[in-house]
Design a protein around this ligand. Structure first.
Ligand SMILES: [Fe+2]
Ligand SMILES: [Fe+2]
Length: 396
């Protein structure tokens, strides 16, 4: 068992400690106890599902660890597909049948203030996530392993705003608390894998990323669209770190190929959204304040706004580089050792900050599962626990 406690690096970056985080810790401890107990009675690595159901060996079957990695990836893709489908219904260019999407015209107009092509990008990102989910599940099945199906947990009420379909949802985009520390992380020369910590760029707490009703002032629509743009980048930077962490645990070369190939697309998504969300903090859109919530988007290209007392001394010294909105390509940072030259890399790529449990914890803190059935969270944590325990075999 590799992790007896929640990863500490991830919690340091969550926008605000909340009861839900305590609940995650309690659930995580339950998972740990259960695994310890099952090991004690001779059921090695057993979790909620019987071992035979979790992984049925076939002639060309996967190792237990590889199956766990792909099952967790499929779970994350199921979640991503659900949230992107919600964004696509309201803000996408085409619907799920590739027909023109009426969406929510006010939301679309606000998204287009970030970039005129936002609706097309949203539709493309949605397609990608659905393809990731379906491919991973089909591959698992082809190897005799159990695919992931969360349809029974599509129970959350959709928004009442025009454009949304009426079916239940797996994820909640109506009360998000978005972690924006990644913005500083990718502009810093410090690396979270070597202990660096980063504050929030902006405090987004309990905010919708989709319209909740159709009649709202234009500044409120813009604030909602801005939160969505920032949330897109948050989700995809998470995938950008998760896949390298999973890849480092893979045993079969084919599983490694799957993980680095899908992971590369998550990085592509992150880079795109990083660029677009920057427009929420640049002229002419910024500065902007939502008159009802007070949520304010500053112009971060203005030197007067380029300070944050919570940044480390080294990052404060870096000055405007930490804020500049078109600085979207990763700044070279420490990698492996401070004694080696700085290197432009994805970070984190260690499990403590970017692995399965850190990802689940971050999604919970994000508010994605507010109102969800506790059994769903339990299943997700079991899958994360299995993936955390996976390790590369025959590694010399
Ligand atoms: Fe994906
Ligand atoms: Fe993604």
């Amino acid at each position: 068992m590799k992790h007896e406690k929640l990863p500490s690096g991830a919690s340091a970056e969550t926008p605000a400690a909340s009861p839900v985080v305590d609940e995650v810790e309690a659930n995580w401890q339950r998972v740990v106890r259960r695994r310890s107990f099952l090991r004690g009675v001779g059921v090695a690595g057993a979790v909620a599902l019987p071992a035979g159901k979790l992984f049925a060996q076939s002639n060309n079957g996967l190792s237990r660890g590889d199956a766990a990695l792909l099952r967790f990836a499929a779970a994350i893709e199921f979640i991503e597909a659900d949230l992107w489908q919600q964004y696509n219904e309201l803000g996408g260019q085409v619907d799920h049948n590739d027909n023109p999407n009426p969406g929510n015209p006010d939301y679309i107009a606000a998204l287009q203030n970030l970039d005129g092509d936002m609706p097309q990008y949203i539709s493309d990102n949605t397609d990608d996530e659905i393809s990731h989910r379906d491919f991973l599940n089909a591959y698992l099945k082809s190897k005799g392993a159990q695919p992931i199906d969360f349809h029974q947990f599509e129970i959350l009420q959709p928004t009442k705003a025009a454009g949304a379909l009426g079916n239940g949802r797996l994820t909640n985009l109506q009360k998000l608390t978005v972690d924006t520390s990644w913005y500083f992380r990718y502009r810093s020369t410090q690396n979270p894998d070597l202990g660096a910590k980063f504050p929030q760029l902006i405090n987004i707490a309990n905010q919708p990323a989709i319209p909740l009703q159709s009649t709202t002032g234009s500044s409120t629509f813009q604030a909602i669209a801005n939160v969505a743009g920032i949330h897109f980048a948050y989700i995809e930077q998470g995938g950008s770190s998760l896949y390298p962490v999973l890849a480092l645990k893979a045993t079969s070369l084919e599983v490694l190929r799957i993980l680095i190939s899908i992971g590369g697309v998550e990085i592509d998504h992150f880079s795109l959204w990083h660029d677009k969300m920057g427009n929420a903090f640049a002229q002419p859109l910024a500065p902007l304040s939502d008159p009802t919530t007070g949520l304010t988007f500053l112009d971060f290209n203005n030197p007067a706004n380029q300070h944050n007392a919570q940044l480390s001394a080294a990052d404060q010294k870096a000055g405007g580089q930490m804020f500049q909105t078109n600085l979207i390509q990763p700044e070279p940072c420490q990698f492996l050792s401070p004694d080696l030259p700085a290197c432009s890399v994805i970070r984190p790529t260690l499990s403590a900050g970017g692995g399965p449990m850190a990802t689940v914890q971050s999604f919970i803190a994000d508010g994605l599962f507010i109102g969800q059935d506790p059994h769903f969270l339990q299943q997700l944590m079991e899958l994360a626990s299995e993936a955390e325990a996976a390790h590369r075999e025959n590694d010399n």
